[in-house]
Write a protein that binds this ligand. Structure first.
Ligand SMILES: O=C(CO)COP(=O)(O)O
Length: 146
């Protein structure tokens, strides 16, 4: 069975919520390949004891873009991104870019605990047949180009 890959990202005010959720779902996350932005990744490693978690750069230093690149390359099956709806972030363009690329490539995105719960307990995570359907961009020639 193909191992599914999950990218985990949380803004500072949301990190504890993500850690609590991940600890609660430790067993469900166990068979999955985990990626995370820098600080989120360090905290998850410490709290989950997952030495195999792949930490990328911190979000404001390019980590969001690294996750976006992995999505575009087909390496991520689920994005769990607890972004902060109450505080502006210095790297807002990167956050927008990550959410855009996830929408473009048809990746399920959980922006809060309820959705993360919903997706993680769904057949999508356990069924080999469920993979994000790759969009067909073969006829895409560029914006406004006939
Ligand atoms: O800023 C982030 C996402 O936009 C997360 O980055 P860190 O995990 O490094 O805090």
């Amino acid at each position: 069975m193909a191992v599914k890959s999950v990218a985990l990202v949380a803004h500072d005010n949301k990190k504890q919520e993500l850690i609590d959720w991940a600890k609660e779902n430790r067993t469900r996350l166990a068979p999955l390949r985990l990626y995370a932005t820098g600080t989120t990744g360090r905290l998850l490693r410490e709290n989950l004891g997952r030495e195999d978690l792949h930490s990328l750069l911190s979000g404001p230093l390019g980590g969001d873009q690294q996750i976006g690149a992995k999505i575009a390359e087909g390496e991520i099956d689920l994005l769990v991104f607890f972004w902060d709806p109450l505080e502006p972030q210095p790297h807002d363009p990167d956050i927008k870019a990550l959410l855009r690329i996830a929408a473009l490539w048809n990746i399920p995105v959980a922006c809060n605990r309820a959705t993360a719960e919903f997706i993680l307990t769904s057949a999508y995570m356990t069924d080999d047949q469920h993979h994000p359907r790759k969009p067909d961009f073969s006829s895409y020639t560029g914006r406004n180009v006939p």
